[in-house]
Design a protein around this ligand. Structure first.
Ligand SMILES: NC(=O)c1ccc[n+]([C@@H]2O[C@H](COP(=O)([O-])OP(=O)(O)OC[C@H]3O[C@@H](n4cnc5c(N)ncnc54)[C@H](O)[C@@H]3O)[C@@H](O)[C@H]2O)c1
Length: 459
């Protein structure tokens, strides 16, 4: 990893004269960069890369792209399909959030497009299959908001066990109702975490800092953090927990994983929290258990059907039980805000812009959702005569033989390939290629192979 000059200089000026060898080392590095540092690669076509950035994506991401020399057109709004079809033809990359739809029609018009960055969690707004068929990897940021969700859950534990929303609502209506009956500290209580992934494990650490005992259940055997304990079954977790919080993905196994049977196994007076996915809890069953007071309270951030936009109603037309749930005491309902923080948006900006720049500059597809994930060790500054070939092709027999035949006059320094469904991707670094003549002929040979979708040359 290269050290920015400003850091090199500040370290160099802060060391004492006594540490002269360290001082010399940093001074030498500042004057004479390390030959083993990665070389920044550029497309051999030598066309400046243009990025279209929509939907008010974080300024950090835009600044990061500009600092790498990309031309960036930045718009705060989403584009319609027609606007995209009209404009996308001149861009090599596009950054969107959830409102811009990248359809097969848009992709057909995107003659130069190399990469799509979704600056959000989901990628449903992109026709992933059509993008892969066009040789375009799609990147997103599925885990940047884990901490935000974990912190929201911590707040919900306290809110539920202190009946905070009830008291806050009463006093807003002018009612003074000071009471301690059925209000508890969370210290010393047992938190049961279902799904010990990115969010569940962060939450485990925070809850222990509050003095809670943490149990978790996961389909995988996972090394517990701190004093947390993995329990062998969901039932064992339900039977022991004062609070049960769900952090599993939606899958055939998790739909309605908390229904009547599971609720009846929970301790009387326990609480349920769902910030995972709406279909994981059978809400009509939860309503029954809240009404009977078997469950003392619940916090729900996600619903089977959610309104399409801010201002749209959350009512019985959307979910037949909505008004019943809304009227229950000690139930905290939030509009899917678990991951919605400024910090998470910033992290998403940094993560996705890094993926996009890395793909454009090195060909790495690590983190792509619709593509085989391939990466190669960097070409270093002392390897001036090497070039990198990034070849996306249809996954069919005989392709690598054809590609390697084309590469056979050169020395292949390193090569890696992988496939995902119908798409395969090979990266290869070759040496002793003339970047003026040889590569164009080589490019033609590779472009003419049977299964070629898209081939780039970086040097
Ligand atoms: N409310 C929000 O705004 C918000 C924000 C981010 C994520 N989420 C949701 O939170 C959930 C968890 O996200 P994450 O990033 O921690 O996911 P993750 O993939 O890191 O972790 C999920 C864990 O659940 C486990 N798991 C899967 N099926 C299981 C089962 N049947 N029983 C027990 N464990 C099971 C997995 O092994 C994994 O360890 C996801 O559903 C995600 O969509 C919601």
């Amino acid at each position: 990893m290269s050290i920015p000059i400003s850091i090199i200089q500040s370290v160099a000026t802060s060391v004492s004269p006594a540490s002269s060898s360290l001082h010399d080392h940093f001074r030498r590095r500042a004057i004479d960069p390390d030959p083993a540092e990665p070389r920044i690669l550029h497309p051999l076509e030598n066309e400046g890369l243009r990025l279209l950035i929509l939907e008010n994506i974080s300024q950090e991401a835009v600044a990061a792209f500009r600092s790498q020399g990309y031309h960036v057109d930045h718009h705060t709004k989403a584009f319609t399909e027609d606007e995209l079809v009209e404009k996308i033809g001149s861009y090599h990359g596009i950054g969107i959030r959830s409102k811009t739809k990248i359809t097969a029609r848009v992709l057909q018009a995107a003659k130069k497009l190399l990469v799509i960055g979704c600056f959000c969690i989901g990628t449903n707004q992109v026709d992933l299959e059509a993008a892969a068929q066009a040789g375009i990897p799609v990147f997103n940021s599925p885990f940047s908001n884990s901490r935000s969700v974990a912190e929201l859950v911590m707040s919900e534990l306290v809110v539920l066990s202190r009946q905070l929303f009830e008291r806050a609502y009463e006093i807003r209506t002018g009612l003074w109702n000071k009471q301690s009956k059925n209000c508890y500290e969370i210290r010393g209580k047992t938190l049961g975490i279902v799904g010990y992934g990115h969010i569940g494990s962060q939450l485990s650490v925070l809850a222990e800092a509050f003095g809670m005992r943490v149990l978790f259940h996961d389909v995988l055997n996972i090394m517990p953090l701190g004093q947390a304990q993995q329990v062998e079954s969901l039932d064992a977790l339900l039977a022991q927990s004062d609070f049960v919080t769900l952090h599993v993905p939606e899958s055939p196994d998790t739909i309605n994983m908390i229904s009547r049977g599971q609720l009846s196994k929970m301790k009387k007076g326990a609480y349920l929290i769902n910030n995972a996915r709406g279909k994981v809890v059978d809400i009509p069953a939860l309503i029954e258990f809240l009404e009977s007071k078997h469950i003392a309270g619940a916090a729900i951030d996600v619903f089977p059907n959610e309104p399409g936009a801010n201002g749209d109603p959350f009512d019985d037309q959307l979910n037949s039980w909505a008004s019943k749930l809304r009227n229950l005491p000690n139930v905290v309902l939030t509009p899917h805000i678990g991951g919605s923080t400024e910090e998470a948006q910033r992290m998403i900006g940094i993560e996705v812009s890094t993926y996009v720049s890395r793909y454009l500059g090195t060909g790495s597809t690590i983190g792509a959702v619709n593509f085989p994930e391939v990466d190669l060790r960097a070409i270093t500054k002392d390897q001036q005569n090497q070039i990198r070939i990034c070849h996306v092709h249809r996954n069919q027999p005989g392709v690598l033989k054809q590609v390697n035949d084309a590469l056979s006059p050169y020395n292949v320094e390193k090569q890696y390939s992988d496939s995902k469904g119908e798409i395969a991707y090979v990266m290869a670094d070759i040496s002793n290629v003339s970047t003026t003549d040889d590569w164009a002929a080589l490019k033609e040979r590779i472009n003419n192979t049977d299964a070629n979708i898209l081939t780039r040359f970086l040097a």
